[in-house]
Design a protein around this ligand. Structure first.
Ligand code: FE2
Ligand code: FE2
Length: 255
């Protein structure tokens, strides 16, 4: 996938029922239903940021090379900053937002909302499989939020997108290197392990929350649309490496 230039957010809502109107700049501008949707989506987004820090943590000390350690530390700092940004936005939602923020900080492995974030990195190479495939889902989710109708969130997205690009490239080049070193089976095993969890992260095909998110200009793509874009992207990356994309319906938990 060729990534677009991330543009400065516009001042008007780009899609849905409120298209063309000024963006919601404070929670007092938001319709009640839109507030609920935003809180739901921000909870999941924030949870993934903090969860991935927990997953990366052991490899901050144990990554195989100095340069790998530097990359992991940079990824962790980026994810921490994303989590911080989500928390700042949540705090705008008064007591309810602050309660969610507090919960996010104390949620640990096994309790995270999405399965991909409840899996520890048992070997260094999980770091590569994860950033290649799971951070990539994160990037697609952020693309769906790009120019979102809630102003404070819209302004946070472009930097997050740029940082996610670094994470997914780190993963891709790591997987490519494994293949070049003759560890094709390992690279394939990592794809088989993380790809289904990545696909699940897009959520159910029929989701009322996402319908509402579109209606209020919060997210611009439906779950299936994003999932299809992701599958195409990953396929184009793994095929030239001689790796196979597992059947997208295999080992899935969420359809
Ligand atoms: Fe992130
Ligand atoms: Fe990331």
């Amino acid at each position: 996938m060729r990534l677009p230039e991330y543009k400065k957010p516009k001042r008007v809502i780009g899609w849905g029922e409120y298209k063309g109107l000024r963006k919601f700049e404070s929670i007092y501008d938001l319709p009640e239903e839109a507030t609920e949707v935003l809180l739901k989506l921000l909870t999941v987004q924030g949870d993934t940021e903090f969860a991935s820090i927990e997953q990366h943590l052991p490899w901050l000390l144990n990554a195989p090379t100095l340069s790998d350690r530097v990359s992991i530390s940079r990824i962790m700092v980026d994810e921490m900053r994303h989590g911080w940004q989500v928390i700042q936005i949540l705090k705008e939602f008064g007591d309810e937002g602050r309660k969610i923020a507090e919960n996010l900080l104390w949620t640990r492995m096994g309790k995270h909302k999405l399965d991909a974030f409840n899996i520890p990195f048992n070997m260094w190479e999980d770091t590569l499989g994860f950033t290649f495939l799971i951070d990539r889902v994160g990037l697609y989710q952020l693309l769906a939020f790009e120019d979102t109708s809630f102003g404070p969130l819209a302004r946070a997205i472009p930097t997050m997108l740029m940082e996610e690009e670094f994470h997914i490239n780190f993963g891709y080049f790591g997987i490519k290197k494994l293949v070049e070193e003759g560890k094709k089976d390992l690279a394939q095993a990592l794809i088989n392990k993380w790809f289904p969890r990545g696909l699940d992260m897009f959520g159910h095909s029929k989701s009322y929350t996402i319908d509402l998110a579109y209606k209020y200009g919060i997210k611009k793509f439906k779950n299936d649309e994003l999932r299809e874009m992701y599958i195409k992207d990953v396929k184009e990356l793994v095929t030239p490496l001689g790796l196979e994309l597992p059947n997208p319906n295999k080992n899935r938990r969420i359809f």
